[in-house]
Design a protein around this ligand. Structure first.
Ligand SMILES: NC(=O)c1ccc[n+]([C@@H]2O[C@H](COP(=O)([O-])OP(=O)(O)OC[C@H]3O[C@@H](n4cnc5c(N)ncnc54)[C@H](O)[C@@H]3O)[C@@H](O)[C@H]2O)c1
Length: 375
């Protein structure tokens, strides 16, 4: 019998702890190493998970712990440096979202995975929600027809996060605001449900109406070291984008950390040639409504919902792909498409212009895939 894989996690915050839990629950893997800069959680979590190797710096973890796989759960500015360092050391990588600070760094991660023959996954855990997997099954059975229009959004009312040192609202560490933080989850879910169409153009606007005035702080990350300190707000607090696909379908995407409508709203709405679906994750709880026509009669669909997946499932699937040495489809190409769209969104907003993405398949990209279309 082959030995268990040796896993490490970099980052001790909420995200890092989801990955630790995932490795503890997954078959065929042992969590043997942690890295993170906060001494107390490093000791506490190290003891809780009985982890042998504990370091302040990720470099020491990669150098000393003889890892097979590592999760990168740090601020986005470190995703590419850590992932590339690990891949070059022969370690398979599961990175948190957003993939990287920008698409150029994301592409370097994909290149490193391919050059070193290793797996690179990005944790898009929200697509594993029961409502999303049930909707995907309806679509795969043809019950909604072709999805030609979709709306997806995660609009937080008061949700500017904290995190260690308040990195979320610093551009150099986060790369952007709610689009990078929560909008990418909605983008991922929408593209997944729409059947991964190629994106042709993006037209977007971003705003910073509340964050710069110190308004709209949420609970996430509160209590982390430095999260109570005042911090410059250098990113957007609301982003909206109109995304056109080369098959003619379109997506309206929106995300906010702070806005004036007094409640959160998280949703995906799909419009298909044979029906539609509404997925919402708002109080009092998640809801999936879907419609089609059967023999000319309108029908409400009531799909059975399975269990909610999340980080544990993302970790287990990553471990299984590594164990099976299944490189095809597991070297970051799909996540790179999300990074290119995010880049195009910021570019469009900054230049007040529509941005056209090159039609080249992501895995073959050799140059900057984003070019502005003359307004
Ligand atoms: N998928 C999700 O649902 C989800 C949810 C929350 C956060 N995230 C993502 O996870 C990542 C981390 O978010 P968080 O909220 O846990 O952040 P956090 O600020 O709570 O934790 C960041 C961790 O990174 C560590 N770190 C920073 N520099 C390091 C270095 N040089 N060596 C070792 N460790 C280092 C810090 O010590 C800290 O433990 C981000 O990319 C975030 O977007 C994803």
């Amino acid at each position: 019998m082959s030995r268990n894989l040796r896993a490490g996690v970099v980052g001790l915050g909420w995200a890092g702890q989801q990955h630790m839990n995932g490795y503890q629950r997954a078959a065929g893997v042992d969590l043997v190493g942690l890295a993170g800069m906060e001494a107390e959680p490093l000791q506490r979590l190290g003891d809780e998970y009985a982890v042998e190797h504990r370091y302040a710096d990720w470099v020491d973890l990669i150098k000393n712990a003889e890892l097979d796989v590592v999760s990168v759960c740090t601020p986005p500015s470190l995703h590419a440096p850590i992932a590339i360092g690990a891949l070059e050391a022969g370690v398979h990588v599961l990175s948190e979202k957003p993939m990287a600070l920008d698409a150029a760094s994301a592409r370097q991660m994909v290149d490193a995975a391919k050059a070193n023959g290793k797996i690179l996954e990005v944790s898009f855990n929200h697509r594993r929600k029961a409502e999303v997997t049930a909707t995907k099954e309806l679509i795969d059975k043809g019950l909604l027809g072709e999805i030609y229009y979709a709306k997806a959004g995660w609009m937080r009312y008061h949700g500017i996060p904290g995190g260690v040192g308040n990195w979320f609202s610093r551009k150099a560490t986060s790369g952007g605001g709610p689009l990078m933080d929560i909008g990418v989850h909605m983008l991922d879910m929408a593209l997944h449900l729409m059947g991964e169409p190629s994106v042709q153009t993006v037209s977007a606007s971003t705003y910073a109406a509340y964050g710069p005035r110190g308004r709209g702080r949420g609970n996430y990350g509160a209590g982390q070291p430095g999260s109570d300190q005042p911090v410059p707000f250098e990113v957007e607090d609301l982003a909206t984008a109109f995304v056109r696909m080369d098959n003619g379908s379109t997506l309206l995407l929106e995300s906010s950390w702070a806005q004036g409508v007094g409640h959160d709203d998280m949703y995906v709405t799909l419009y298909g040639t044979e029906g539609g679906a509404e997925l919402t994750w708002n109080p009092p709880g998640p809801q999936l409504r879907a419609w089609t026509q059967i023999d000319g009669v309108d029908a409400d669909l009531k799909p059975a919902l399975g269990l909610n997946g999340g980080h544990a499932e993302a970790v287990a699937d990553f471990v299984a792909a590594v164990a099976a040495e299944e490189l095809a489809g597991h070297q970051g190409d799909e996540a790179l498409t999300r990074a290119l769209i995010v880049d195009a969104t910021y570019h469009s907003a900054a230049e007040s212009t529509e941005v056209r993405l090159q039609p080249t398949p992501p895995s073959a990209l050799t140059q900057d895939a984003v070019t502005a279309v003359a307004g």
